[in-house]
Design a protein around this ligand. Structure first.
Ligand code: SAM
Ligand code: SF4
Length: 328
C-alpha cells in the first residue's frame, strides 16, 4: 500500500489526459498566449494504462480522468475501455466541463466509464460566459441531458463559488440539481489560476454558501459520511429531496484525510495539487524501466508528501503550474 509519513493511505489517482481546453475559466487558464504541450510530450494511452496497472499493484483503486478538458483528447473512450479492463479498478470517473458531452457520453458509457462529474458554476448565460470566456452554457446543459438519457445516474455538478460573482447562482443551481437528480458540490476558489488573480477576498466560503441555502431551503442535515477521504461534507435538504456538498480547501483544509495522487498529462507524478515537487514517470516509462522501478518512484512520491497544502500559511508558495496544467 502507498502510505505516507503521516499514515495516509493513497488509493486514488487523478489522471490528466491533456492540458488543452475548449473554454477558458478565469480561475484556471489564461485567456490567450497559452503554450500547450506538444503532442509527443503527452503520455500515450498505452503508457497511461501501463502506469495504471503498476499503480493498482501499489494499492490504487480509484481513477479519475481530468485535464485540461479530457473530452478534447481524441479517442478518450479507448483509454476508458483500456483502464476499465484492468483487474482491481473499483472506480473510474471523469471530470468534464460538459461542452462535448452530448457527442461523447454514449461512447464513454459503453467503454465502461462509471461516474461523471460536470463542472457548472452558473446557470446564467452572461455569468457563465464571464467565468469561462465562452458562450457554451447550452451545450453543457444538452450534455447533461444526454448523459441522463444514456444511463448515467448520480451525476455530480461541481460549482466553484466566487465572491461578488456567483452568490445569485447558489439557489438556482440547487433547484436545478434537486429537479434533475444531480448531486451538487460547491468548491472554494483556490490559488491555482494562471493569471494569479486569486486573493482571499474572492473566496466565497462553503459556510456562506451553506447559509444562503439554509435561508432558501431550511436547515441542511449532515449525511452520514461513507468515505472519510471524500473532501466534501454532504448535507440533505430538509424536505429530503437531494443532497449538497461543500469542498472547502481554503476555509477548512481536509489534507488530513487526503488519499490522492495526480499525474499530469506529460507524466509528472504529484502528491498534492499544491506541491512544488514532481516525480518523472514519463522518463521511466520511456526509458524501459521495470515495474519495480516505477513502483519505487510511486513510493518516493508518497513518502515526500507534506502534512498539508499551507494555503493559509504566510510562507505559502504557489505551485508553478496552474490548475489546467496539473489536472483538477
Ligand atoms: N475541464 C474539466 C472541468 O472543468 O471539469 C476538468 C479539469 S478542471 C481543472 C477540474 C475542476 O477544477 C473543475 O471543477 C474546475 O471548476 C475546478 N477548478 C479549476 N480551477 C480552480 C480553482 N482555481 N479553484 C477551485 N477549483 C478550480
Ligand atoms: Fe478548462 Fe476545466 Fe480549466 Fe475551465 S476549469 S478552463 S473547463 S480545464
Amino acid at each position: 500500500m502507498l502510505v505516507d509519513s503521516f499514515g495516509r493511505i493513497h488509493d486514488s489517482l487523478r489522471i490528466s489526459v491533456t492540458d488543452r481546453c475548449n473554454i477558458r475559466c478565469f480561475y484556471c487558464m489564461p485567456n490567450e498566449n497559452i503554450q500547450f504541450l506538444p503532442r509527443e510530450e503527452l503520455l500515450s494511452f498505452e503508457e497511461l494504462t501501463r502506469f495504471a496497472q503498476i499503480a493498482l499493484q501499489a494499492g490504487i483503486r480509484k481513477f479519475r480522468l481530468t485535464g485540461g478538458e479530457p473530452l478534447v483528447r481524441r479517442d478518450l473512450p479507448r483509454l476508458v475501455a483500456s483502464l476499465r479492463q484492468l483487474p482491481g479498478v473499483e472506480d473510474l470517473a471523469l471530470t468534464t466541463n460538459g461542452v462535448l458531452l452530448a457527442e461523447q457520453v454514449e461512447a464513454l458509457r459503453a467503454a465502461g466509464l462509471m461516474r461523471l462529474n460536470v463542472s457548472l458554476d452558473s446557470l446564467r448565460r452572461e455569468v457563465f460566459e464571464q467565468i469561462t470566456r465562452r458562450d457554451e452554457l447550452d451545450r453543457v446543459l444538452a450534455g447533461l441531458r444526454r448523459a441522463v438519457e444514456v444511463g448515467f445516474g448520480q451525476i455530480r455538478i461541481n460549482a466553484v463559488s466566487i465572491r461578488g460573482l456567483t452568490e445569485a447562482d447558489i439557489v438556482p443551481l440547487a433547484e436545478f440539481c434537486r429537479e434533475s437528480g444531480h448531486t451538487l458540490r460547491f468548491i472554494e476558489y483556490m490559488p491555482l489560476d494562471a493569471d494569479q488573480g486569486w486573493t482571499e477576498s474572492l473566496v466565497l466560503t462553503g459556510a456562506k454558501v451553506r447559509a444562503r441555502l439554509e435561508e432558501a431551503f431550511g436547515q441542511l442535515e449532515p449525511s452520514a459520511r461513507t468515505d472519510p477521504s471524500q473532501p466534501a461534507v454532504d448535507y440533505r435538504f430538509a424536505d429530503g429531496i437531494g443532497t449538497v456538498g461543500f469542498i472547502n480547501p481554503v476555509s477548512e483544509p481536509f489534507c488530513g484525510d487526503c488519499n490522492r495522487l495526480r499525474i499530469t498529462a506529460e507524466g509528472q507524478l504529484r502528491n498534492c495539487l499544491f506541491s512544488t515537487e514532481e516525480f518523472d514517470v514519463r522518463a521511466l516509462l520511456r526509458n524501459g524501466a521495470s515495474a519495480a522501478e516505477i513502483l519505487e518512484l510511486l513510493r518516493r512520491c508518497v513518502g515526500a508528501k507534506k502534512a498539508g497544502h499551507g494555503i493559509n500559511d504566510p510562507k505559502f508558495i504557489r505551485p508553478q503550474r496552474a490548475m489546467y496544467q496539473i489536472g483538477g
